[in-house]
Design a binder for this molecule. Structure first.
Ligand code: CUA
Length: 318
């Protein structure tokens, strides 16, 4: 997965119906503000040029004026009109972008954690981490939560930013209009590794989405080769199971760290930090602190062989 090529920081890359509305308002506001800028700058330059002190200035004061009701009405009413128009349009856009939720259940629950993202699909009892899948052409209701501090969920091409506030779920609608990979990032400072809390959103066709849900719902089939079996034994006897969940596993049912049920299906590790390979996962397991200092996953002091075997086990969870 080439994260560098994905349309990342360009807010004008419109990939959702919501962002289309937002970008339209953005352009309209920009044109009005540019027009005001030109008028003000033009008047300023004219005044400077026309009324500068002449060479033969004799020192007499220019004619003094005090108060001009007509002018004051004009320069109060024009800005008032502009601000009113922009205010009304903003309200209209807000209503369009975020229609009321009513009794609708969320399609996805996004949970911000220090420093990764959890994605729950409550209708399908699927939980995954760091890679969000959405079907194209559907308006999905996203509920945003936080497990610890304030984060903000922002996929640039979807337009809207939404705060993840502990104890106070927020909602947003995302109606993707384009298939593809779209990136985002946590956009509220949430601690040392705030910068490494990337969002990877994949918009796929309805069929691909259904297939993905099906794959995510299936029980993972761990390989039974010796390294994987050893890795599983270590995983279940070390403290890994205090934080992680693997569906169908009797021991690993914690939900503090990312759900690892189908970790092998993900393209990246550590919230978009590393490519998901057995080698990278082994390095991560051996010392996650070298990649994200201060994160909650400790260095478990595994040997190279042990870390490798745990990685082999996890990478067999397809
Ligand atoms: Cu999470 Cu910043």
């Amino acid at each position: 997965m080439d994260l560098k090529n994905a349309a990342f920081t360009n807010i004008f890359n419109i990939a959702s119906a919501q962002n289309k509305t937002l970008v339209d308002l953005h352009w309209f506001t920009l044109v009005i503000c540019a027009a005001i800028g030109f008028v003000v700058a033009g008047l300023l330059i004219t005044v400077i040029a026309k009324f500068r002190t002449p060479e033969n200035d004799d020192g007499t004061e220019p004619k003094q004026t005090s108060g001009n009701v007509r002018l004051e009405i004009i320069w109060t009413s024009i800005p008032l009109l502009i601000v009113t128009v922009l205010g009304v349009l903003t309200a209209v856009v807000m209503i369009t972008v975020n229609p009321p939720v009513g009794t609708k259940k969320p399609d996805v629950i996004v949970v911000g954690h220090q420093w990764w993202w959890e994605y729950q699909y409550p209708k399908f009892a699927v939980t995954t981490a760091n890679e969000l899948f959405l079907p194209v052409g559907q308006n999905s209701l996203i509920e945003v939560r936080s497990a610890d501090v304030v984060h903000a969920f922002w996929v640039v091409a979807f337009g809207q930013k939404m705060d993840a506030i502990p104890g106070h779920p927020t909602n947003m609608w995302i109606h993707p209009t384009k298939k593809g990979l779209f990136l985002g990032t946590c956009s509220e400072y949430c601690g040392a590794q705030h910068g490494l809390m990337r969002i990877i959103a994949k918009v796929v066709s309805q069929e691909e989405f259904d297939a993905w849900i099906k794959a995510q719902s299936a029980m993972p089939a761990a390989s039974d080769d010796a390294a994987a079996a050893h890795g599983k034994e270590l995983f279940n006897s070390a403290t890994c199971v205090q934080c992680h969940r693997i569906a169908g596993d009797a021991v690993a049912q914690a939900r503090i760290g990312p759900d690892l049920t189908h970790i092998a299906q993900r393209k990246t590790l550590g919230a978009g930090l590393l490519e998901n390979t057995t080698d990278n996962l082994a390095k991560w397991i051996q010392n996650p602190q070298q990649f994200k200092p201060g994160m909650y996953m400790p260095n478990m002091r595994l040997t190279d062989k042990e870390a490798h075997d745990v990685a082999v086990y996890l990478e067999s969870l397809k």
